[in-house]
Design a protein around this ligand. Structure first.
Ligand code: PEP
Ligand code: MG
Length: 575
Protein backbone atom coordinates (compact mmCIF):
# COMPACT_ATOMS: atom_id res chain seq x y z
CA UNK A 1 0.00 0.00 0.00
CA UNK A 2 1.44 3.42 -0.91
CA UNK A 3 1.89 6.31 1.45
CA UNK A 4 -0.97 8.79 1.65
CA UNK A 5 -0.45 12.36 2.80
CA UNK A 6 -3.12 14.43 4.54
CA UNK A 7 -2.57 18.19 4.71
CA UNK A 8 -3.50 19.90 7.93
CA UNK A 9 -4.65 23.39 8.65
CA UNK A 10 -2.25 25.38 10.79
CA UNK A 11 -4.78 25.76 13.56
CA UNK A 12 -5.25 21.99 13.80
CA UNK A 13 -1.71 21.56 15.09
CA UNK A 14 -2.47 21.94 18.76
CA UNK A 15 0.96 20.74 19.81
CA UNK A 16 3.81 20.55 17.28
CA UNK A 17 6.55 17.97 16.82
CA UNK A 18 6.94 14.62 15.13
CA UNK A 19 5.10 11.49 16.24
CA UNK A 20 5.67 8.06 14.72
CA UNK A 21 3.38 5.26 15.81
CA UNK A 22 0.39 3.03 15.25
CA UNK A 23 -3.19 4.22 15.27
CA UNK A 24 -5.39 3.24 18.18
CA UNK A 25 -8.99 4.15 17.49
CA UNK A 26 -10.75 4.91 20.75
CA UNK A 27 -14.22 3.41 20.68
CA UNK A 28 -16.73 6.20 21.12
CA UNK A 29 -18.68 6.17 24.36
CA UNK A 30 -21.78 5.20 22.50
CA UNK A 31 -25.22 6.63 22.79
CA UNK A 32 -26.71 3.96 25.01
CA UNK A 33 -28.32 5.11 28.16
CA UNK A 34 -30.86 3.49 30.45
CA UNK A 35 -34.58 4.16 29.87
CA UNK A 36 -37.07 3.25 32.56
CA UNK A 37 -40.27 4.39 34.24
CA UNK A 38 -40.26 5.70 37.77
CA UNK A 39 -42.99 5.84 40.39
CA UNK A 40 -44.43 9.06 41.81
CA UNK A 41 -42.46 8.49 44.99
CA UNK A 42 -39.21 8.33 43.04
CA UNK A 43 -39.72 11.63 41.24
CA UNK A 44 -38.04 13.84 43.81
CA UNK A 45 -34.94 11.66 44.07
CA UNK A 46 -34.74 11.45 40.28
CA UNK A 47 -34.97 15.25 39.99
CA UNK A 48 -32.28 15.60 42.61
CA UNK A 49 -30.07 13.10 40.73
CA UNK A 50 -30.49 15.24 37.62
CA UNK A 51 -29.64 18.43 39.53
CA UNK A 52 -26.55 16.79 41.02
CA UNK A 53 -25.34 15.76 37.58
CA UNK A 54 -25.79 19.32 36.30
CA UNK A 55 -24.01 20.64 39.36
CA UNK A 56 -21.14 18.24 38.86
CA UNK A 57 -20.90 19.26 35.20
CA UNK A 58 -20.80 22.92 36.21
CA UNK A 59 -18.07 22.20 38.71
CA UNK A 60 -16.00 20.34 36.11
CA UNK A 61 -16.37 23.19 33.63
CA UNK A 62 -15.57 25.78 36.28
CA UNK A 63 -12.31 24.05 37.15
CA UNK A 64 -11.34 23.65 33.51
CA UNK A 65 -12.18 27.29 32.87
CA UNK A 66 -10.14 28.35 35.87
CA UNK A 67 -7.11 26.54 34.55
CA UNK A 68 -7.60 27.93 31.06
CA UNK A 69 -7.70 31.46 32.35
CA UNK A 70 -4.15 31.11 33.50
CA UNK A 71 -3.12 30.25 29.99
CA UNK A 72 -5.16 33.08 28.48
CA UNK A 73 -6.98 30.73 26.10
CA UNK A 74 -9.57 33.38 25.38
CA UNK A 75 -11.52 31.71 22.61
CA UNK A 76 -11.92 28.57 24.60
CA UNK A 77 -12.87 30.50 27.71
CA UNK A 78 -15.74 32.01 25.76
CA UNK A 79 -16.80 28.57 24.58
CA UNK A 80 -16.69 27.27 28.12
CA UNK A 81 -18.63 30.27 29.33
CA UNK A 82 -21.29 29.50 26.77
CA UNK A 83 -21.32 25.90 28.03
CA UNK A 84 -21.74 27.07 31.60
CA UNK A 85 -24.61 29.29 30.47
CA UNK A 86 -26.18 26.37 28.64
CA UNK A 87 -26.02 24.35 31.83
CA UNK A 88 -28.13 26.98 33.50
CA UNK A 89 -30.53 27.34 30.60
CA UNK A 90 -34.13 26.88 31.75
CA UNK A 91 -34.89 25.17 28.43
CA UNK A 92 -32.50 22.45 29.44
CA UNK A 93 -33.07 22.35 33.19
CA UNK A 94 -36.73 23.13 33.67
CA UNK A 95 -37.78 21.10 30.64
CA UNK A 96 -35.85 18.02 31.80
CA UNK A 97 -37.24 18.30 35.32
CA UNK A 98 -40.73 18.79 33.94
CA UNK A 99 -40.47 15.70 31.74
CA UNK A 100 -39.18 13.61 34.66
CA UNK A 101 -42.10 14.82 36.75
CA UNK A 102 -44.88 14.71 34.15
CA UNK A 103 -43.90 11.56 32.29
CA UNK A 104 -42.44 9.65 35.25
CA UNK A 105 -39.31 8.66 33.35
CA UNK A 106 -35.68 8.48 34.45
CA UNK A 107 -33.38 11.49 34.18
CA UNK A 108 -31.24 10.13 31.30
CA UNK A 109 -34.31 9.52 29.18
CA UNK A 110 -35.78 12.95 29.95
CA UNK A 111 -32.46 14.64 29.20
CA UNK A 112 -32.19 12.84 25.88
CA UNK A 113 -35.65 14.05 24.87
CA UNK A 114 -34.82 17.66 25.76
CA UNK A 115 -31.46 17.53 23.97
CA UNK A 116 -33.13 16.21 20.83
CA UNK A 117 -35.66 19.08 20.89
CA UNK A 118 -32.97 21.69 21.46
CA UNK A 119 -30.72 20.33 18.71
CA UNK A 120 -33.62 20.33 16.29
CA UNK A 121 -34.46 23.94 17.15
CA UNK A 122 -30.85 25.09 16.65
CA UNK A 123 -30.27 23.03 13.50
CA UNK A 124 -33.10 24.80 11.73
CA UNK A 125 -31.77 28.27 12.48
CA UNK A 126 -30.75 30.45 9.58
CA UNK A 127 -27.80 32.03 11.26
CA UNK A 128 -24.72 29.83 10.87
CA UNK A 129 -23.31 30.79 14.24
CA UNK A 130 -26.50 29.78 16.00
CA UNK A 131 -26.69 26.57 13.95
CA UNK A 132 -23.23 25.74 15.22
CA UNK A 133 -24.49 25.99 18.81
CA UNK A 134 -25.95 22.55 18.36
CA UNK A 135 -22.40 21.21 18.92
CA UNK A 136 -22.33 22.98 22.27
CA UNK A 137 -25.60 21.32 23.21
CA UNK A 138 -24.06 18.00 22.24
CA UNK A 139 -21.00 18.65 24.36
CA UNK A 140 -22.90 19.84 27.41
CA UNK A 141 -25.51 17.11 27.00
CA UNK A 142 -22.84 14.38 26.83
CA UNK A 143 -21.20 15.75 29.96
CA UNK A 144 -24.44 15.71 31.96
CA UNK A 145 -25.31 12.29 30.58
CA UNK A 146 -22.00 10.73 31.59
CA UNK A 147 -22.25 12.30 35.02
CA UNK A 148 -25.77 10.88 35.37
CA UNK A 149 -24.46 7.48 34.40
CA UNK A 150 -21.50 7.79 36.76
CA UNK A 151 -19.01 7.41 33.90
CA UNK A 152 -15.49 8.31 34.87
CA UNK A 153 -13.54 10.63 32.60
CA UNK A 154 -10.29 8.83 33.33
CA UNK A 155 -10.43 6.06 30.80
CA UNK A 156 -6.95 4.86 29.83
CA UNK A 157 -4.78 2.48 31.78
CA UNK A 158 -2.86 0.78 28.99
CA UNK A 159 -2.40 1.53 25.29
CA UNK A 160 -2.13 -1.27 22.71
CA UNK A 161 1.17 -0.32 21.01
CA UNK A 162 4.57 0.74 22.32
CA UNK A 163 4.22 3.96 20.26
CA UNK A 164 0.52 4.67 20.06
CA UNK A 165 -1.15 7.50 18.19
CA UNK A 166 -4.51 7.84 19.89
CA UNK A 167 -7.40 8.67 17.58
CA UNK A 168 -10.54 9.90 19.29
CA UNK A 169 -13.66 11.79 18.36
CA UNK A 170 -13.09 14.14 21.27
CA UNK A 171 -11.04 13.97 24.41
CA UNK A 172 -11.66 15.50 27.79
CA UNK A 173 -8.71 16.98 29.65
CA UNK A 174 -9.06 14.32 32.32
CA UNK A 175 -8.96 11.53 29.72
CA UNK A 176 -5.93 13.14 28.15
CA UNK A 177 -4.20 13.36 31.50
CA UNK A 178 -4.76 9.64 32.09
CA UNK A 179 -3.05 8.48 28.86
CA UNK A 180 0.06 6.47 29.79
CA UNK A 181 2.98 8.64 28.69
CA UNK A 182 5.41 5.79 28.05
CA UNK A 183 3.20 4.38 25.29
CA UNK A 184 1.87 7.62 23.89
CA UNK A 185 3.36 9.03 20.67
CA UNK A 186 0.64 11.45 19.59
CA UNK A 187 -3.07 12.29 19.54
CA UNK A 188 -5.53 13.14 16.77
CA UNK A 189 -9.09 14.20 17.54
CA UNK A 190 -12.00 14.79 15.18
CA UNK A 191 -13.33 17.82 17.05
CA UNK A 192 -11.84 20.44 19.35
CA UNK A 193 -9.74 23.55 18.96
CA UNK A 194 -6.13 24.52 19.54
CA UNK A 195 -7.14 26.50 22.61
CA UNK A 196 -9.06 23.62 24.11
CA UNK A 197 -7.96 22.60 27.55
CA UNK A 198 -6.77 19.27 26.25
CA UNK A 199 -4.64 21.09 23.64
CA UNK A 200 -3.08 23.24 26.34
CA UNK A 201 -2.19 20.12 28.28
CA UNK A 202 -0.75 18.52 25.14
CA UNK A 203 1.55 21.50 24.67
CA UNK A 204 2.56 21.46 28.31
CA UNK A 205 3.40 17.75 28.08
CA UNK A 206 4.91 18.14 24.57
CA UNK A 207 2.77 15.45 22.95
CA UNK A 208 2.33 16.08 19.19
CA UNK A 209 -1.41 16.62 18.88
CA UNK A 210 -3.81 17.37 16.05
CA UNK A 211 -7.29 18.58 16.89
CA UNK A 212 -10.48 19.22 14.93
CA UNK A 213 -9.35 17.05 12.03
CA UNK A 214 -12.83 15.79 11.11
CA UNK A 215 -13.37 12.15 10.39
CA UNK A 216 -9.85 10.73 10.44
CA UNK A 217 -11.19 7.18 10.72
CA UNK A 218 -12.18 7.25 7.06
CA UNK A 219 -8.45 7.33 6.27
CA UNK A 220 -7.03 5.19 9.05
CA UNK A 221 -7.68 1.72 10.46
CA UNK A 222 -6.80 0.24 13.80
CA UNK A 223 -3.04 -0.38 13.91
CA UNK A 224 -2.20 1.66 10.77
CA UNK A 225 1.32 3.11 10.85
CA UNK A 226 1.26 6.92 10.94
CA UNK A 227 3.60 9.87 11.06
CA UNK A 228 2.32 13.16 12.44
CA UNK A 229 4.53 15.96 11.23
CA UNK A 230 3.29 18.97 13.12
CA UNK A 231 6.15 21.09 11.79
CA UNK A 232 5.06 20.90 8.16
CA UNK A 233 1.43 20.23 9.03
CA UNK A 234 1.03 16.81 7.48
CA UNK A 235 -0.03 13.32 8.42
CA UNK A 236 1.61 10.47 6.51
CA UNK A 237 -0.45 7.27 6.40
CA UNK A 238 1.36 3.95 5.83
CA UNK A 239 4.74 5.68 5.28
CA UNK A 240 7.23 3.71 3.16
CA UNK A 241 10.62 2.70 4.51
CA UNK A 242 12.55 5.71 3.25
CA UNK A 243 10.02 8.15 4.70
CA UNK A 244 10.12 6.35 8.04
CA UNK A 245 13.93 6.52 8.08
CA UNK A 246 13.82 10.22 7.24
CA UNK A 247 11.37 11.02 10.02
CA UNK A 248 13.13 8.86 12.57
CA UNK A 249 16.27 10.89 11.83
CA UNK A 250 14.35 14.19 12.19
CA UNK A 251 12.88 12.98 15.45
CA UNK A 252 16.37 12.07 16.73
CA UNK A 253 17.67 15.53 15.82
CA UNK A 254 14.80 17.21 17.61
CA UNK A 255 15.31 15.07 20.67
CA UNK A 256 19.04 15.89 20.67
CA UNK A 257 18.27 19.63 20.59
CA UNK A 258 15.81 19.23 23.47
CA UNK A 259 18.32 17.12 25.40
CA UNK A 260 20.92 19.87 25.06
CA UNK A 261 18.54 22.46 26.48
CA UNK A 262 17.57 20.04 29.24
CA UNK A 263 21.20 19.26 30.10
CA UNK A 264 21.85 22.95 30.53
CA UNK A 265 18.76 23.14 32.67
CA UNK A 266 20.13 20.69 35.26
CA UNK A 267 22.45 23.28 36.73
CA UNK A 268 21.05 26.10 38.85
CA UNK A 269 20.01 29.53 37.59
CA UNK A 270 22.80 31.77 38.87
CA UNK A 271 23.31 35.30 37.51
CA UNK A 272 26.70 36.52 36.25
CA UNK A 273 27.25 38.20 39.62
CA UNK A 274 26.37 35.08 41.60
CA UNK A 275 22.68 35.48 42.59
CA UNK A 276 20.92 32.12 42.75
CA UNK A 277 17.26 32.27 41.77
CA UNK A 278 15.57 28.96 42.61
CA UNK A 279 13.35 27.75 39.80
CA UNK A 280 10.38 25.61 40.72
CA UNK A 281 7.44 24.02 38.94
CA UNK A 282 3.73 24.81 39.12
CA UNK A 283 1.94 21.48 38.99
CA UNK A 284 -1.72 20.56 38.63
CA UNK A 285 -1.41 16.81 38.06
CA UNK A 286 0.92 14.13 39.37
CA UNK A 287 1.70 13.21 35.75
CA UNK A 288 3.50 16.50 35.30
CA UNK A 289 6.10 15.71 37.96
CA UNK A 290 8.56 13.59 35.89
CA UNK A 291 8.62 16.32 33.30
CA UNK A 292 9.16 19.03 35.90
CA UNK A 293 12.21 17.14 37.14
CA UNK A 294 13.46 16.56 33.64
CA UNK A 295 13.13 20.25 32.89
CA UNK A 296 15.29 21.19 35.84
CA UNK A 297 12.77 22.17 38.54
CA UNK A 298 14.43 22.37 41.95
CA UNK A 299 11.13 21.57 43.60
CA UNK A 300 7.41 22.18 43.33
CA UNK A 301 6.60 25.82 44.01
CA UNK A 302 2.85 25.35 43.85
CA UNK A 303 0.76 22.20 43.67
CA UNK A 304 -2.82 23.22 42.96
CA UNK A 305 -4.98 20.71 44.83
CA UNK A 306 -8.16 21.70 42.98
CA UNK A 307 -7.67 18.88 40.50
CA UNK A 308 -7.99 16.30 43.19
CA UNK A 309 -11.53 17.53 43.60
CA UNK A 310 -12.31 17.36 39.89
CA UNK A 311 -14.52 14.52 38.78
CA UNK A 312 -15.79 13.78 42.22
CA UNK A 313 -19.20 14.38 43.57
CA UNK A 314 -17.96 13.88 47.10
CA UNK A 315 -14.79 15.45 48.40
CA UNK A 316 -11.78 13.16 48.30
CA UNK A 317 -11.42 11.35 51.61
CA UNK A 318 -8.56 11.92 54.02
CA UNK A 319 -7.08 8.56 53.05
CA UNK A 320 -7.31 9.34 49.35
CA UNK A 321 -5.68 12.73 49.84
CA UNK A 322 -3.01 11.32 52.15
CA UNK A 323 -1.98 8.75 49.53
CA UNK A 324 -1.92 11.43 46.84
CA UNK A 325 0.27 13.85 48.82
CA UNK A 326 2.56 11.03 49.93
CA UNK A 327 3.07 9.98 46.29
CA UNK A 328 3.99 13.54 45.31
CA UNK A 329 6.47 13.87 48.16
CA UNK A 330 8.07 10.53 47.36
CA UNK A 331 8.35 11.37 43.67
CA UNK A 332 10.11 14.62 44.56
CA UNK A 333 12.73 12.73 46.66
CA UNK A 334 13.40 15.29 49.35
CA UNK A 335 13.08 18.38 47.17
CA UNK A 336 10.77 21.08 48.51
CA UNK A 337 7.10 20.60 47.68
CA UNK A 338 4.69 23.46 48.33
CA UNK A 339 1.13 22.22 48.37
CA UNK A 340 -1.58 24.84 48.19
CA UNK A 341 -4.77 24.14 50.07
CA UNK A 342 -8.02 24.09 48.14
CA UNK A 343 -8.59 27.21 46.04
CA UNK A 344 -12.07 26.96 44.68
CA UNK A 345 -15.10 29.22 44.75
CA UNK A 346 -18.10 28.46 46.94
CA UNK A 347 -20.53 28.58 44.08
CA UNK A 348 -18.52 25.90 42.30
CA UNK A 349 -18.97 23.42 45.10
CA UNK A 350 -21.99 24.13 47.17
CA UNK A 351 -25.69 24.57 46.91
CA UNK A 352 -27.30 25.30 43.63
CA UNK A 353 -25.47 26.63 40.63
CA UNK A 354 -27.14 29.98 40.59
CA UNK A 355 -24.29 32.37 40.15
CA UNK A 356 -23.22 34.77 42.85
CA UNK A 357 -22.96 38.21 41.42
CA UNK A 358 -19.22 38.47 42.05
CA UNK A 359 -17.84 34.95 42.49
CA UNK A 360 -14.21 36.14 42.45
CA UNK A 361 -15.00 38.35 45.43
CA UNK A 362 -17.05 35.74 47.22
CA UNK A 363 -16.60 32.61 49.24
CA UNK A 364 -13.44 31.42 47.56
CA UNK A 365 -10.25 29.64 48.61
CA UNK A 366 -9.34 30.14 52.29
CA UNK A 367 -12.68 31.85 52.93
CA UNK A 368 -14.48 28.71 51.90
CA UNK A 369 -12.09 26.53 53.92
CA UNK A 370 -12.57 28.61 57.06
CA UNK A 371 -16.33 28.33 56.66
CA UNK A 372 -16.42 24.64 55.77
CA UNK A 373 -13.87 23.72 58.43
CA UNK A 374 -14.31 19.95 58.06
CA UNK A 375 -13.21 20.02 54.42
CA UNK A 376 -10.20 22.10 55.43
CA UNK A 377 -9.35 19.89 58.40
CA UNK A 378 -9.53 16.76 56.26
CA UNK A 379 -7.05 18.28 53.84
CA UNK A 380 -4.74 19.45 56.64
CA UNK A 381 -4.85 16.06 58.36
CA UNK A 382 -3.93 14.35 55.10
CA UNK A 383 -1.11 16.83 54.48
CA UNK A 384 0.37 16.49 57.97
CA UNK A 385 0.12 12.71 57.82
CA UNK A 386 2.01 12.77 54.51
CA UNK A 387 4.65 15.14 55.90
CA UNK A 388 7.20 12.49 57.03
CA UNK A 389 7.62 11.42 53.39
CA UNK A 390 9.38 14.51 52.10
CA UNK A 391 9.99 18.22 52.39
CA UNK A 392 6.43 19.49 52.58
CA UNK A 393 5.43 23.13 52.80
CA UNK A 394 1.80 24.24 53.05
CA UNK A 395 0.50 27.36 51.37
CA UNK A 396 -2.83 29.12 51.88
CA UNK A 397 -4.53 30.93 49.00
CA UNK A 398 -6.27 34.29 49.01
CA UNK A 399 -5.30 35.41 52.48
CA UNK A 400 -6.67 38.90 53.11
CA UNK A 401 -6.31 39.54 56.84
CA UNK A 402 -4.09 38.63 59.80
CA UNK A 403 -7.15 37.14 61.49
CA UNK A 404 -7.42 34.46 58.85
CA UNK A 405 -3.91 33.37 59.71
CA UNK A 406 -4.80 33.19 63.39
CA UNK A 407 -7.80 31.02 62.61
CA UNK A 408 -5.66 28.75 60.45
CA UNK A 409 -3.10 28.38 63.24
CA UNK A 410 -5.82 27.44 65.69
CA UNK A 411 -7.27 24.82 63.31
CA UNK A 412 -3.78 23.43 62.77
CA UNK A 413 -3.34 23.12 66.55
CA UNK A 414 -6.56 21.09 66.69
CA UNK A 415 -5.37 18.91 63.83
CA UNK A 416 -2.04 18.31 65.62
CA UNK A 417 -3.81 17.36 68.81
CA UNK A 418 -6.10 14.91 67.01
CA UNK A 419 -3.27 13.33 65.05
CA UNK A 420 -1.19 12.96 68.20
CA UNK A 421 -4.12 11.35 70.03
CA UNK A 422 -4.59 8.95 67.15
CA UNK A 423 -0.86 8.15 67.17
CA UNK A 424 -0.21 9.32 63.64
CA UNK A 425 3.36 10.31 62.78
CA UNK A 426 3.74 13.82 61.41
CA UNK A 427 6.08 16.80 61.34
CA UNK A 428 5.03 19.67 63.57
CA UNK A 429 7.20 22.32 62.04
CA UNK A 430 6.18 22.32 58.41
CA UNK A 431 6.87 25.73 56.83
CA UNK A 432 3.59 27.58 56.38
CA UNK A 433 3.21 30.27 53.76
CA UNK A 434 0.61 32.41 52.10
CA UNK A 435 -0.22 33.50 48.61
CA UNK A 436 0.03 37.25 48.22
CA UNK A 437 -2.67 37.80 45.65
CA UNK A 438 -5.01 40.36 47.17
CA UNK A 439 -3.89 44.00 47.37
CA UNK A 440 -4.63 44.24 51.11
CA UNK A 441 -2.22 41.38 51.70
CA UNK A 442 0.61 43.12 49.87
CA UNK A 443 -0.13 46.34 51.78
CA UNK A 444 0.07 44.65 55.20
CA UNK A 445 2.80 42.23 54.13
CA UNK A 446 5.03 43.50 56.95
CA UNK A 447 2.43 42.38 59.52
CA UNK A 448 1.72 39.06 57.87
CA UNK A 449 5.43 38.31 57.48
CA UNK A 450 5.67 37.90 61.28
CA UNK A 451 3.35 34.92 61.17
CA UNK A 452 4.53 32.89 58.20
CA UNK A 453 7.67 31.30 56.85
CA UNK A 454 7.18 32.32 53.23
CA UNK A 455 5.22 34.41 50.77
CA UNK A 456 4.36 33.38 47.25
CA UNK A 457 3.08 36.15 45.03
CA UNK A 458 0.16 35.17 42.82
CA UNK A 459 0.17 37.82 40.13
CA UNK A 460 -2.75 36.30 38.23
CA UNK A 461 -5.11 37.31 41.00
CA UNK A 462 -3.10 40.26 42.30
CA UNK A 463 -3.51 41.91 38.90
CA UNK A 464 -7.19 41.01 38.76
CA UNK A 465 -7.95 42.46 42.17
CA UNK A 466 -5.67 45.51 41.97
CA UNK A 467 -6.69 46.66 38.51
CA UNK A 468 -10.33 45.61 39.02
CA UNK A 469 -10.41 43.34 35.97
CA UNK A 470 -12.19 40.02 35.88
CA UNK A 471 -9.44 37.69 34.73
CA UNK A 472 -11.92 35.68 32.69
CA UNK A 473 -13.46 38.64 30.89
CA UNK A 474 -11.70 39.30 27.67
CA UNK A 475 -13.32 42.70 27.20
CA UNK A 476 -11.01 44.04 29.87
CA UNK A 477 -7.99 41.87 29.14
CA UNK A 478 -6.15 44.91 27.75
CA UNK A 479 -5.87 45.95 31.40
CA UNK A 480 -3.93 42.83 32.30
CA UNK A 481 -0.78 44.90 32.84
CA UNK A 482 1.86 43.31 35.04
CA UNK A 483 3.98 46.44 34.50
CA UNK A 484 1.25 48.74 35.81
CA UNK A 485 2.99 50.98 38.37
CA UNK A 486 0.46 49.91 41.04
CA UNK A 487 1.44 46.27 40.53
CA UNK A 488 5.13 47.10 40.56
CA UNK A 489 4.71 48.95 43.84
CA UNK A 490 2.78 46.09 45.45
CA UNK A 491 5.42 43.61 44.34
CA UNK A 492 8.10 45.86 45.74
CA UNK A 493 6.26 46.27 49.06
CA UNK A 494 5.85 42.52 49.39
CA UNK A 495 9.46 41.72 48.52
CA UNK A 496 10.74 44.39 50.91
CA UNK A 497 8.52 43.24 53.78
CA UNK A 498 9.63 39.64 53.23
CA UNK A 499 13.31 40.56 53.11
CA UNK A 500 13.07 42.68 56.27
CA UNK A 501 11.36 39.84 58.13
CA UNK A 502 13.92 37.43 56.67
CA UNK A 503 11.36 35.12 55.18
CA UNK A 504 11.40 33.65 51.71
CA UNK A 505 9.55 35.48 48.95
CA UNK A 506 8.56 33.46 45.89
CA UNK A 507 6.34 34.08 42.92
CA UNK A 508 4.00 31.54 41.31
CA UNK A 509 1.82 33.72 39.05
CA UNK A 510 2.16 33.28 35.28
CA UNK A 511 4.60 36.19 34.87
CA UNK A 512 7.22 34.20 36.80
CA UNK A 513 7.73 32.08 33.68
CA UNK A 514 7.57 34.90 31.15
CA UNK A 515 10.97 36.17 29.93
CA UNK A 516 9.62 39.74 29.71
CA UNK A 517 9.40 39.98 33.48
CA UNK A 518 12.47 38.06 34.62
CA UNK A 519 14.81 41.08 34.95
CA UNK A 520 12.42 43.07 37.19
CA UNK A 521 11.82 39.95 39.30
CA UNK A 522 15.58 39.57 39.72
CA UNK A 523 15.68 43.22 40.70
CA UNK A 524 13.07 42.58 43.39
CA UNK A 525 15.42 40.03 44.92
CA UNK A 526 12.82 37.23 44.92
CA UNK A 527 14.15 33.92 46.19
CA UNK A 528 12.33 31.65 43.81
CA UNK A 529 10.09 31.59 40.76
CA UNK A 530 7.57 28.86 40.14
CA UNK A 531 6.25 28.26 36.63
CA UNK A 532 4.93 25.86 34.02
CA UNK A 533 7.80 23.31 33.79
CA UNK A 534 8.19 23.90 30.09
CA UNK A 535 9.35 27.49 30.72
CA UNK A 536 12.14 26.51 33.12
CA UNK A 537 15.01 25.89 30.64
CA UNK A 538 14.42 29.19 28.85
CA UNK A 539 14.13 31.20 32.06
CA UNK A 540 17.27 29.54 33.44
CA UNK A 541 19.21 30.48 30.33
CA UNK A 542 18.02 34.07 30.57
CA UNK A 543 18.89 34.42 34.27
CA UNK A 544 22.39 33.16 33.58
CA UNK A 545 22.95 36.02 31.15
CA UNK A 546 21.96 38.74 33.66
CA UNK A 547 23.61 40.72 36.43
CA UNK A 548 21.38 41.09 39.46
CA UNK A 549 23.01 44.41 40.42
CA UNK A 550 21.98 45.89 37.05
CA UNK A 551 18.46 44.49 37.51
CA UNK A 552 18.18 46.21 40.91
CA UNK A 553 19.22 49.55 39.38
CA UNK A 554 16.77 49.15 36.49
CA UNK A 555 13.96 48.33 38.91
CA UNK A 556 14.72 51.34 41.13
CA UNK A 557 14.18 53.74 38.26
CA UNK A 558 11.23 51.75 36.87
CA UNK A 559 9.45 52.20 40.20
CA UNK A 560 9.36 55.94 39.55
CA UNK A 561 7.54 55.55 36.23
CA UNK A 562 3.90 56.58 35.81
CA UNK A 563 2.59 54.14 33.20
CA UNK A 564 2.98 50.47 32.28
CA UNK A 565 4.72 51.44 29.03
CA UNK A 566 7.18 53.62 30.87
CA UNK A 567 7.93 50.81 33.32
CA UNK A 568 8.39 48.43 30.43
CA UNK A 569 10.86 50.82 28.74
CA UNK A 570 13.25 50.22 31.62
CA UNK A 571 13.46 46.54 30.73
CA UNK A 572 14.36 46.21 27.07
CA UNK A 573 13.27 42.80 25.81
CA UNK A 574 14.37 40.20 28.28
CA UNK A 575 14.36 37.39 25.74
C1 PEP B 1 -2.28 33.45 41.01
O1 PEP B 1 -3.36 33.95 41.34
O2 PEP B 1 -1.34 34.10 40.50
C2 PEP B 1 -2.06 32.01 41.20
C3 PEP B 1 -0.88 31.47 40.98
O3 PEP B 1 -3.11 31.24 41.58
P1 PEP B 1 -4.28 30.75 40.60
O4 PEP B 1 -3.87 31.09 39.18
O5 PEP B 1 -4.43 29.31 40.84
O6 PEP B 1 -5.44 31.58 41.07
MG1 MG C 1 -4.74 32.86 42.61
Amino acid sequence: MSTKVLKLEEKSVASPGIAIGQAYIVPSRGTHFPKYWITDKEISSEVSRFKQAVLKSARQLAIIKDKLCRFQGKEQIQILESHVLLLKDPMLNDSSIQIITDSCINAEWALDKVLAQLKLAFASMRDEYLRERKNDIDYVGRRIMSNLMGQQEHGFKELPYPNTIVIAYDMSPADFASLPRHQLAGVITSVGGETSHMAIMARALEIPTIVGFGDITSHVNEGTQLIIDGNSQQIHIQPDKSLLTLFKRKQRQQRAATRKLLRESRTPAVTLDGYHMHLMANIDLIDEIPMALEYGAEGIGMYRTEYLFLNQLDYPSEEEQYKHYKTILKMMKGRPVTIRTLDIGGDKLFGNIEEHLNPALGLRAIRLCLKEVEIFKTQLRALYRASPHGQLRIMFPMITTCDELRQIRSIIREVHAELTRQKHKFRHNIPLGIMVEVPSTAIIADQLARDVQFFSIGTNDLIQYTLAIDRTNEQVSYLYQPFHPAIMRLLHMTATAGRQAQIEVAMCGEIAGDPKYIVPLLGLGLNSLSMNPISIPRVKKLIRSQNQRDAIRQLESALLAGTADEVSDHFPSGD
